[in-house]
Structures are given as structure tokens and as C-alpha cells.
Design a protein around this ligand. Structure first.
Ligand code: HEC
Length: 183
């Protein structure tokens, strides 16, 4: 019996050290096994984390190739005056449904669920205007499109997060809310 125990111990020690010579990456594993304290590098409290709320969102690399072609930005005034909403009447309901989901993810943090400009981020940023107010009701679809895809005066551009189709979906949703909301 003592021989068996000794044998197991020898295999254990051998495995521990052969693993490290074969694979350098296991050095910390050895330290964590041979040091009584928990080796800090394996402790998630000390490892590096990317905190998505604390770094600015990065745009795609300048050399990346757009799959739908580059969209020129002739300016908000031109887009506001010339862009026509391409949604076919039969498509409207499904577009509004898609826009509802997109708005909830991308716009609600600032504009708020009820579009009143009371999203959780608005307090830290700058309170946006009420999208159901008369001013925005009177804007053209092209104006809204330009705001979403190319950014506003303060509002960042969401061209990288919101595709053309998604922008029209969101616009149709905003228009729908303006129609059904008493504000
Ligand atoms: C980071 C916060 C933020 C997010 C996210 C955001 N906005 Fe804005 N938005 C603002 C601010 C602030 C303004 C007002 C300042 C300005 O004109 O740039 C604004 C203004 C607007 C306006 C102009 C309203 C008007 O009549 O003048 C529209 C339209 C708009 N946002 C739509 C959207 C839509 C749709 C989304 C989602 C795709 C979105 N915003 C996401 C902050 C945000």
C-alpha cells in the first residue's frame, strides 16, 4: 500500500512539472498549486476588464469596406428636403414593429421609453427634445433620417449602428407614436 501511495505521488509531481515544461502558459497553474495563497493572476478581481459603459464607442476602421456602399451626406437641409420614405403601405406594420425593437435598444437610453427625452443617459448627457412634441412632428422624414444616420448638433451619429432600413423602421415607429399619442 505505501508503494501505491508513493507511486501516485510521483506521477502527480511528474505531471505537474512536465506540463509546465511542455507549455509555458501553465506556469501560473504551478504557482497556484504550490503557493498556498490563491495566485493573483487567476483572480478575476485583478484581471483587466473592458468596461463598455466607460469607453467611447468606436466607429468601424477607416479601411473597412461597407457592404451596402458608402452613403454620401449632402447635409441635413438637403436630406430633409429631398429624401422620400421608401416604405410601401403594405410593409408599414412590420416596419413599425421592427422600429419598436430598434428604438428600444438604440434610442431609449437617451430619448426614453415614452420619447419624452427622459432616458437614463439623458441626465448625464444632455436631455434630448420630446420626439412627440409639435416641433418634431413638423420635421420631414428626411430630417429624422439625417439625424439618425449622420448625427445631430449634439446627438452622435448612429450610422454605424442603424442601417438604412433600420433608420426607416425607427422613423415609421416615431411617426406611429406621434399619431397615436395625445401629446
Ligand atoms: C446619446 C444620446 C442619444 C441617443 C442614443 C439618441 N439621441 Fe436623438 N438626440 C439626442 C440629443 C441630445 C438631441 C438634441 C440635441 C441635438 O439636436 O443634437 C437629439 C435629437 C434628436 C432628434 C431631433 C429632434 C428635433 O425635432 O429636433 C431626433 C429626430 C432624434 N434625436 C432621434 C433619435 C433616434 C431615432 C435615435 C435612435 C436611433 C436617437 N435619437 C438616439 C441624444 C440622443
Amino acid at each position: 500500500m505505501p508503494r501505491l501511495g508513493l507511486g501516485i505521488l510521483a506521477i502527480g509531481v511528474l505531471a505537474l512539472f512536465t506540463a509546465t515544461t511542455a507549455q509555458k502558459g501553465c506556469q501560473d497553474l504551478v504557482k497556484s498549486a504550490t503557493h498556498l495563497r490563491y495566485f493573483p493572476i487567476r483572480d478575476m478581481r485583478y484581471s483587466v476588464v473592458i468596461n463598455p459603459q466607460k469607453v467611447s464607442m468606436r466607429l468601424p476602421d477607416t479601411t473597412s469596406v461597407p457592404t451596402t456602399g458608402r452613403e454620401p451626406d449632402p447635409g441635413r437641409d438637403v436630406l430633409a428636403a429631398t429624401l422620400v420614405n421608401p416604405t410601401a403601405p403594405a410593409e408599414l406594420d412590420s416596419s413599425v414593429a421592427r422600429g419598436t425593437r430598434k428604438f428600444a435598444v438604440t434610442c431609449v437610453p437617451c430619448h426614453g421609453k415614452s420619447m419624452a427625452g427622459d432616458g437614463t443617459v439623458a441626465a448625464l448627457f444632455m436631455p434630448p427634445p420630446d420626439l412627440l412634441a409639435q416641433v418634431t412632428r413638423e420635421r420631414t422624414d428626411g430630417f429624422l433620417y439625417s439625424y439618425i444616420r449622420h448625427g445631430g448638433i449634439v446627438m452622435p451619429s448612429y450610422g454605424a449602428q442603424v442601417t438604412r432600413q433600420e433608420a426607416w423602421d425607427v422613423i415609421n415607429y416615431v411617426r406611429h407614436m406621434q399619431k397615436v399619442s395625445p401629446r
